[in-house]
Design a protein around this ligand. Sequence first.
Ligand code: COA
Length: 125
Amino acid sequence: MIYGVGTDLVDVIRIRKIIEKWGDRFIGRVYSHDEIDYCQKKAFPTIHFAARFAAKESFLKSLGIGLGMRVGLKDIELINNEQGSPFLKLHNRAEEMLREAGVTAVHVSLTHTRNYASAVVILEK
Ligand SMILES: CC(C)(COP(=O)(O)OP(=O)(O)OC[C@H]1O[C@@H](n2cnc3c(N)ncnc32)[C@H](O)[C@@H]1OP(=O)(O)O)[C@@H](O)C(=O)NCCC(=O)NCCS
């Protein structure tokens, strides 16, 4: 059955401004090494950083919690498989909360344009 659903829409320009202001401090606090590698290899990295931010917030929403509520954004990692299809790899408190809730599968999908990035996350139990 569906346990939770979360969605988020991120303004790419807002993420661009945060990166311009905080640079590696923001990126290092929010994204894993693999996420950074993936985004930086793209023609427009900020779009992909924004999409990952949307995925992280969507995951929190799907669990019914928000930013700053015990789960660090870096513990919610978005990986792409060889076909480009995204999946979430959860660590630390994010992984523990899923286990405690009895979640058996996590689904994520991303979409983006030059200006907006969006994600949806569905938790199954
Ligand atoms: C999946 C696909 C429809 C995406 O459509 P799009 O309109 O170009 O792009 P969107 O903005 O809607 O979505 C992009 C996101 O789709 C996701 N995505 C990519 N390939 C995917 C796949 N095979 N299945 C599911 N999701 C996929 C990624 O998360 C990507 O964002 P990211 O690179 O930041 O992780 C398109 O990439 C596709 O058809 N891929 C499969 C075929 C393929 O690999 N072609 C390679 C070029 S010939």
